[in-house]
Design a protein around this ligand. Structure first.
Ligand SMILES: *Cc1c(COP(=O)(O)O)cnc(C)c1O
Length: 377
């Protein structure tokens, strides 16, 4: 028996049935593009959530070699993991500081981004003048002091922050009135923090133009190949390619059904490629070909691609397995052992996210740990 006739053998012959290939040269090129677009502002990088799933311990040192000095992590655990790899970088902790993370913040020389008057009191009375950043809320109602609280803080005699930040709510929509409103509020507070660096723009904000760049920018999604603007062609290079292996090809008859719930009923005699990927790999069940009522915006499920030709998912995506309709392909075009693209040059992050009823950020950060990973560059 050859491998192509024996799914069991080729399963064991490879490390797994899903693989990710991460193009670090494209990643670095995306950072240089954001750096250039940031004009005279320094360009940092959001590498939180394991660098949006691509691996912070590989991604962050690569950016440091490109000249990036400012890294944004979600919490002190993430910051502490990066510190040995980035001995000279400034590592900011977006979630700030609280009693449980105080020792780690100091031990790893992390810069907490203070998000409330209580965090400010705690840091300023315990941290012995160590640097901190201050987040001012200008419209998210998520993290940060209100503008009034920020003014009060600036007049309190507390040590000054090393950086003042705010965060856009609608940077992916260039025409949204929130953007100008947030810029105006942020600028209005600058006199209270004279001589202190300011940072407002995420990826989308960088594309909004120089009035948003200030001293430091904080791109995330664009570095990983996601398009930061809504409803427009992708301007970034593809970083992540995800693929799954065809385990077997089966023939089924018109009138039969496919997968759980018998939700997809075949309208023609069909060839089905059964592949070794599922929702446990971040291939979301909501991207199923049928039977998931939650996804209303796009009625059809997601697609894979083989040699650049798209093949639709058929029936419900299961934990470890997904079926694709390959009836329209010539028989020789797909065989057990072949690899089907799930994300990459043919299936963009935005297309796959839309078909799953979610956004590129969630797709990347939920890719899971079962993929065999390789890094190019
Ligand atoms: C995640 C995050 C960023 C990066 O945002 P992108 O939209 O991915 O570019 C920047 N700033 C803050 C406060 C964040 O939480």
């Amino acid at each position: 028996m050859t491998l192509s006739q024996s799914p069991i053998e080729h399963r064991s012959a490879s490390a797994g049935t899903t693989r990710l290939s991460i193009d670090l040269d494209a990643f670095a090129a995306n950072w240089r593009k954001m750096r250039d677009l940031s004009g005279s502002a320094r360009c940092g990088a959001a590498v939180k959530a394991d660098a949006y799933g691509i691996g912070a311990e590989v991604a962050a040192p690569r950016l440091a070699r490109e000249g990036c000095r400012d890294f944004f992590m979600a919490d002190a655990n993430e910051g502490a993991q990066l510190r040995p790899l980035l001995p000279d970088a400034r590592i900011y902790v977006l979630n700030g500081v609280f009693e449980g993370s105080f020792a780690q913040t100091l031990a790893h020389d992390l810069v907490p981004i203070i998000n409330s008057p209580a965090q400010a009191d705690f840091w300023c009375s315990n941290a012995d003048n160590r640097p901190y950043a201050l987040h001012i809320d200008t419209g998210m109602n998520r993290m940060g002091l209100t503008p009034e609280q920020a003014v009060t803080h600036s007049q309190s005699g507390a040590p000054s922050p090393c950086l003042v930040i705010s965060h856009f709510a609608c940077a992916d929509e260039p025409g949204h009135p929130m953007n100008a409103r947030q810029v105006k509020l942020f600028e209005g507070l600058k006199p209270c923090f004279a001589g202190i660096e300011a940072s407002l723009a995420n990826s989308g904000g960088i594309f909004l133009g120089s009035s948003c760049h200030h001293d430091l920018t904080r791109p995330g999604i664009a570095l990983y190949g996601g398009e930061p603007g809504a409803h427009r062609p992708n301007r970034m290079q593809t970083v992540v390619t995800a693929e799954t292996q065809v385990l077997l090809i089966r023939n089924a008859k018109a009138g039969e059904s496919v997968s759980y719930g018998a939700a997809h009923v075949l309208t023609r005699d069909s060839r089905i490629a059964v592949c070794g990927v599922g929702y446990a790999d971040g291939f979301h069940r909501s991207a199923s070909g049928a039977g998931v009522p939650l996804r209303s915006a796009v009625p059809q499920g997601t697609c894979g691609a083989i040699n650049g030709v798209q093949i639709p998912v058929i029936g419900k995506i299961t934990m470890d397995l997904t079926m694709f309709d390959v009836t329209d392909l010539p028989e020789a075009a797909i065989n057990a052992g072949d690899w089907v693209e799930l994300l990459g040059p043919t299936i963009t992050l935005e297309q796959a996210a839309c078909a799953a009823g979610t956004i590129s950020y969630e797709l990347l950060t939920s890719l899971g740990r079962r993929h065999t990973r390789s890094y190019l560059g």
